[in-house]
Design a protein around this ligand. Sequence first.
Ligand code: IMP
Length: 196
Amino acid sequence: MRFTLATTNKSKIKEFEAIFKQSNLKYRVELLKTKEIQSTDLKEIARESVIYAYNILREPVLVEDAGLFIRSLNGFPGPYSSYVYRTIGVDGILKLMSNITNRSAIFHSVIAFYSPYTGVKLFSGEAGGEISYEPRGTSGFGFDPIFIPEEGDGRTFAEMEVHEKNKISHRGKAARKFIEWITGLKTLPPPYAFVE
Ligand code: IMP
């Protein structure tokens, strides 16, 4: 089934493209800014956001919502990650944590897919790790320079190539669950199967 990846985040597009191209998925990218409702639940945000995108595009659509949850800050910035990134940024987070030794944090990603045939489908992924004491690396986006994934080798996400980050990242994990589901759909009878 063809679908549209709706996002304005160029780095997310790069990460999704690196994964999708391995699976021969048919999709296009739409630089669409989706509406994000105020909620503490990423799943709710992603669900509303995909319905909003579908109502504009009127074609099967995928959106993703992610956030960084820092344990010692009780999960902050969590669903407010993009606002916090735009306002206090990486340096602001490091200042907030300057006297904190528990650096444990987790990235959550929720992919929401909608088509009239399937309804809303959600796929989530998580990456645990630690907040570094200083920013390192120049690739990626957002909080990548201060996030050291526990499944990695001590480098921050921003010190990794896209394919290395995808292997262990929250988004990579959610994307692989989505791919498994959507590629499996073809084997099901109508109305769940899609005829090109
Ligand atoms: P969004 O609402 O899903 O676009 O993401 C919220 C914010 O979380 C982004 O603006 C980034 O600051 C941060 N974020 C989400 N995913 C990542 C990631 O993979 N690396 C670094 N920061 C991320």
